[in-house]
Every structure is written in structure tokens, then in C-alpha cells.
Design a protein around this ligand. Structure first.
Ligand code: SF4
Length: 242
């Protein structure tokens, strides 16, 4: 089964506890959500083409038509792998929409999944081949969906499934208008699964800065119930990386 991929490149992971780790990024197209802060809006629908980095980390690309089959993608990943590269990041868009494809990827590199966690049934299909899972929990103020309670339920189920087999952490984007009340949906949800799951607050990258006083307040609020609360910004943006 072929897949619609938007880009394949080698860069440095800039989010969460693995910030600083070199990865080959495979960015899938299509996403069921429409977050106001999305920094990859071009991936929400199928474009029909994919850009491939010519040399690892060069930032230069050539374009191929999509969909791409497993052999083509494997070949591009292999050519972009380097001695310091540690994982293949399956990102998007929403990679779980391609669980049928991921299931058959069958490559020797550890898989790092970056998901909005909205598809528990698809997460179950691939949980055994994922090494590390970065799972979002969206907040009401992100305005990602018309059915926030429904999305939250699916996210928590997905996190619970992936946490059985993969090293799993939760990422929550913090906006200037985020409150302890809105964050409580995520905090209480993770508390109900496993209080040891790393809980990452990621201040949104935008002109409107999240005040440090708000971050401290939210960290302490989450820390009352969860064991491992951290605030980590998008470091790849600081380094002008993809
Ligand atoms: S889930 Fe991710 S890719 Fe989808 S709209 Fe939200 S930020 Fe963009």
C-alpha cells in the first residue's frame, strides 16, 4: 500500500525530551484536525508531490510524485541516514492515518511516532513496532475540533495503548490564553493512565509570547498530580532548522 508523503529530510528533533537528537523525518500528508497554531498546514491535504532532501541536513530538495511505495521510501530513508542519526520520525499531518502503511514499513531503524493521538484503533495496530511515541493532548482553546470531549477520549485511549509497549510522553501546546482549568483536561487524563508519563508543556511558537509566570503556574498545577512535568520550547525553530 503506497502512502502520501509531503517531505523526507534529515534534521534535529526540536520538540519534547528528545530535542537535540538527529532523525530522518518522514512527514505524512492529511490530518483530521485543524489546530489554529498548526505549523505544517500544507500537510493537511494531499498535494500529489513530495520533496526529498538531496543530502542529509543540506536543506536542498528534489521533488517526486506521490503516492510513494514502501521500497521508494525505505531507499530515501537509507540515503538520508547518518552516523549520528538515531530514529525515523513518523510525523505529519497525522501519521496514524497511514497505520496500514507503517505496519508494513519493516525497517531496521527505531521508529519515533509524532501523533495527535486521535486514532486509538490505528495506534493498536502499530504499537508493537513503535519505539518512542510523542502524543498530543489538545486543549479546548486550540480549536482543533467541533467535538472536544470526543477527541480527548480518543487521545487518552491512544496514550494508554502506546504506553503499554512504547516509551511514551505527552505534549501539550500552551497558548497565552491557556488556564489551569483548560489544562486540567490533560492533567486529569494523564493522571488516570499513569502519573509517570512525561508531561511536556510546549509554549506555542508565535509573536504572542507565553508569559513565563503562566508557564510556572501551569507547571506547578500539573506537578500536583503528575511526577514528570517539563516545559520545552521548539528548539529547531531557534536554530532555523526544518
Ligand atoms: S494535529 Fe498537528 S498537523 Fe494536524 S492540524 Fe493540528 S498541528 Fe496541524
Amino acid at each position: 500500500m503506497p502512502a502520501y508523503i509531503n517531505e523526507i529530510f534529515n534534521s534535529i528533533q526540536g520538540e519534547g525530551p528528545y530535542a537535540g537528537i538527529r532523525q530522518v523525518f518522514v512527514r505524512f500528508e492529511q490530518c483530521q484536525l485543524h489546530c489554529g497554531y498548526c505549523d505544517t498546514p500544507q500537510t493537511r491535504s494531499i498535494s500529489g508531490s513530495c520533496r526529498i532532501e538531496t543530502e542529509p541536513g543540506s536543506g536542498r530538495f528534489f521533488t517526486v510524485k506521490t503516492p510513494l511505495d514502501r521500497e521508494e521510501i525505505y531507499d530515501f530513508i537509507r540515503k538520508l541516514w547518518t552516523s549520528s542519526t538515531k530514529h525515523v520520525s513518523l510525523t505529519g499531518g497525522e501519521p496514524l492515518l497511514n497505520s496500514d502503511f507503517i505496519k508494513k514499513l519493516d525497517i531496521e531503524y527505531p521508529l519515533y511516532l509524532e501523533t495527535n493521538a486521535g486514532f486509538p484503533e490505528k495506534a493498536r495496530e502499530i504499537k508493537d513496532i513503535i519505539s518512542i511515541a510523542s502524543c498530543d493532548i489538545k486543549l479546548p482553546e486550540h480549536r482543533c475540533t467541533q467535538d472536544y470531549p470526543g477527541l480527548l477520549k480518543k487521545e487518552l485511549e491512544t496514550i494508554s495503548i502506546l504506553n503499554e509497549t512504547a516509551e511514551t510522553f505527552v505534549k501539550v501546546i500552551i497558548l497565552p490564553q491557556t488556564t489551569t482549568e483548560s489544562l486540567s483536561f490533560a492533567v486529569d487524563g494523564v493522571e488516570s493512565i499513569d502519573i509517570n508519563i512525561p508531561f511536556i508543556l510546549q509554549p506555542v511558537t508565535s509573536d504572542k509570547k507565553v508569559p513565563s509566570s503562566l508557564l510556572f503556574e501551569l507547571m506547578d498545577f500539573a506537578g500536583e498530580k503528575l511526577k514528570d512535568v517539563r516545559a520545552i520550547p521548539q528548539t529547531h525553530k531557534m536554530m532555523n532548522l526544518l
